[in-house]
Design a protein around this ligand. Structure first.
Ligand code: PAF
Length: 281
């Protein structure tokens, strides 16, 4: 296990093509799908585990975010990961550190509007991780769709040698998108949360039957989600997948994303229509 920048630099010096999977731990099958892809496409997959304080708002779940380092390290070893980078907060944010990335327009709507400062925290920590790990390819899940676009935009501008690859959402059998935060759900909430993917899949079916109107696609999602009183939607967005600008007119590609509260837990999910996540750059 690598804890510090110098240890990681020494490890990096001996590896040709590095595939990087940044995580906050509490690993699940979604993370492991990124690891598998990194194993297939590069010489050495490296996973970071770091619960990044700067991407949590003051009233968010930083202190209660699930932490299970020993279990995660055993999972990574069993998955054949070459190295795990598990830094401390002081290693990532040493005294006097002033690095901060402003992610720009792509970060303004949706999650950026709901969670002020969140994407500056994400972009900053990912930039720091990129500079420490110096990967050739980095893998991010589609579940955090706007995060993927924020990082692809940042990498294009600042780290053009690093390829940022988006990987499809991994879902539970009943459709719920895998997330470390699903662990917060009580059994009744877990059952209620199924409505989120059901709503998105209803819109996706409408799309495959030819529906392209953004308002009607949004209505398909909302009609389904509203049937579940235990779920309080925050937004349902139908946007262009490259810019995340809301669609006003029918288009040949779209991302429908939503955020909702299920009890005290805030969940997000999305479906990408008319293109594959691996085509995003
Ligand atoms: O998606 C996550 O787990 C985090 O936002 C990331 C990319 C590891 C940055 O802390």
């Amino acid at each position: 296990m690598l804890r510090t920048r110098p240890e990681t630099a020494a490890w990096r010096a001996n590896v040709a093509r590095v595939g990087f999977v940044p995580t906050m731990g509490a690993l699940h099958a979604g993370h492991l799908s990124l690891v598998e892809r990194a194993k297939r496409e590069t010489d050495a997959p490296v996973v970071s585990i770091f619960v990044n304080p700067t991407q949590f708002g003051p009233n968010e779940d930083f202190t209660k975010y699930p932490r299970q380092e020993a279990k995660d390290l055993a999972t990574l070893e069993a998955a054949g990961v070459a190295a795990a980078f598990v830094p401390s907060v002081e290693e990532m944010y040493p005294p006097g550190d002033r690095m901060r990335i402003e992610p720009g327009e792509i970060a303004e709507a949706l999650e950026g509007a709901a969670r002020p400062g969140h994407f500056a925290g994400v972009a900053t920590v990912v930039a720091k991780l990129f500079e420490i790990v110096r990967p050739d390819v980095a893998y991010f899940g589609q579940k955090d769709f706007q995060q993927l676009r924020v990082i692809q935009t940042m990498a294009r501008e600042r780290y053009p040698a690093i390829k940022v690859v988006g990987c499809p959402i991994v879902r539970e059998e009943d459709g719920l998108a895998m997330s470390s935060r699903n662990a917060y759900l009580a059994p009744a909430e877990r059952a209620a949360a199924r409505v989120l993917s059901r709503g998105l899949f209803t819109a996706r079916s409408a799309w495959s039957r030819g529906e392209r109107h953004p308002e009607r696609l949004r209505a398909r999602v909302e009609e389904v989600v509203e049937t579940e009183p235990g779920v309080a939607p925050e937004y349902v967005s139908v946007a262009d997948p490259l810019t995340l600008v809301e669609l006003k007119l029918p288009a040949n590609r779209a991302v429908i994303s939503l955020a909702a509260r299920v009890g005290k837990t805030r969940l997000i999910d999305n479906v990408l229509l008319g293109m594959e996540v691996s085509d995003l750059k």
